[in-house]
Design a protein around this ligand. Structure first.
Ligand SMILES: *Cc1c(COP(=O)(O)O)cnc(C)c1O
Length: 378
């Protein structure tokens, strides 16, 4: 174990603005004492994000999970929602917490987004919506999904938590469907510490979202919705304004690291590198690899444990699948989504963040090669 690292490397590390810059930006709050309730910086961040993401309408919320919950609630849905199990548990929870029933569609074996060839067979009388996930920032089969949704009169809400800044054929990924939800959690490509947003296209939906994120309060004496408290406060909006200035440079750094990983890990039978989609401008949010135990003679879990011993903390995103979570285990079965099940047991996402150094990526790859017995130095 000659390569054990001195300092631990975690799967991610949040981007932060310059300390002085942030302090300078929050100073006005000490004069105004206006800290929250859709105030000045909340509005500014909504406008700057709309510009950056090239969308017309966007509503900020307190986190990506509430973005999903409120997006579903704003559409007033009831019945079944088709989604995928290869995602963060939040996607499924948001459906269930809206008293909707998730129906799990399997994923495509190459990009791990919803397998649209299996979608129509799951549509029934009770189906009201589709919630596909742009997992790892890979764009779903948006054209096919739109065609199927239109044919059956279904709403489409994309979980775009991973797809910040991603474009498909030059169009923002978040512009597809009826709505898209984003997460600005500390671990994501763009962060506001905690935060999120809903991208929508219809002003009535926007007014619904505005009210629902503030307890369903429509006006001073009128509460006409059973809303939540999902408002983004001014301190986090300012964090977002500062981080937004660096996000483009961060994505450039991520791209270089992604390419370094690709070079250092290429040509190993049994180790699958990330699928690169055509027509997509990526954000390089994650670096997922698959370990085929049958070929390598060593499985994902063993590699994960060995890396940990060497101070490298990769993560098993997304294992277990949502339909195998303890809270859903008696209701759903992951055997109904065999491709997702196979990916979930072999995937490992390797450390990826803007400030990761090229040298560190090379070290991580050397360790992986050593662990799986496929050559030491690169
Ligand atoms: C992070 C994430 C969420 C939830 O976002 P939070 O901001 O953490 O609430 C939802 N879906 C996916 C796919 C995510 O990765």
């Amino acid at each position: 174990m000659k390569n054990r690292l001195e300092k631990p490397i975690y799967v991610t590390r949040p981007s932060m603005p310059d300390y002085e810059e942030y302090i300078e930006q929050i100073r006005p709050l000490w004069d105004s004492h206006v800290l929250t309730n859709m105030a000045e910086y909340h509005g500014r961040l909504e406008r700057e994000l709309s510009r950056y993401l090239q969308v017309d309408r966007l509503s900020l919320v307190t986190n990506g999970h509430m973005a999903l919950e409120l997006a579903l609630q704003a559409l007033g849905l009831s019945g079944e929602v088709i989604t995928t199990p290869f995602t963060f548990i939040s996607t499924t929870h948001a459906i269930v917490r809206n008293n909707l029933t998730p129906v799990f569609c399997d994923i495509d074996g190459r990009d791990f987004t919803m397998d649209v060839t299996k979608l129509e067979a799951l549509i029934g009388k009770k189906t009201c919506a589709i919630v596909p996930v742009h997992v790892y920032g890979r764009v779903c089969q948006v054209e096919k999904i739109e065609e199927i949704a239109r044919k059956h009169g279904l709403k489409v809400i994309y979980d775009a938590a991973h797809a910040f800044g991603v474009t498909y054929k030059g169009k923002p990924a978040v512009s597809y469907g009826d709505m898209s939800t984003l997460s600005f959690h500390a671990t994501k490509v763009f962060n506001t510490v905690e935060g999120g947003a809903v991208v929508y296209h219809d002003d009535e939906v926007g007014s619904e979202l505005y009210s629902l994120k503030n307890f369903g309060i429509r006006s001073e004496e009128c509460t006409d919705g059973v809303g939540a408290n999902a408002k983004m406060d001014e301190l986090r909006a300012i964090m977002g304004l500062c981080n937004l200035r660096n996000v483009e440079a961060d994505i450039v750094k991520r791209k270089a690291l992604f390419e370094t990983y690709m070079e250092c890990l290429e040509g190993i039978a049994g180790l699958s590198l990330p699928f690169v989609q055509k027509d997509v401008k990526a954000n390089y949010a994650y670096f997922p690899v698959l370990f085929d135990e049958g070929v390598l003679g060593i499985g994902r879990d063993a590699v994960y444990e060995e890396l940990k011993k060497r101070n490298i903390y990769a993560r098993k995103y997304f294992y277990p699948l949502a339909n195998a979570a303890q809270c859903y285990r008696n209701v759903y079965s992951s055997s109904a989504t065999p491709v997702a099940e196979r990916v979930a047991v072999s995937v490992l996402t390797l450390p990826m963040y803007a400030d990761l150094e090229r040298r560190e990526v090379v070290l991580i790859c050397e360790n992986i090669r050593e662990i799986i017995g496929r050559g030491g130095k690169i």
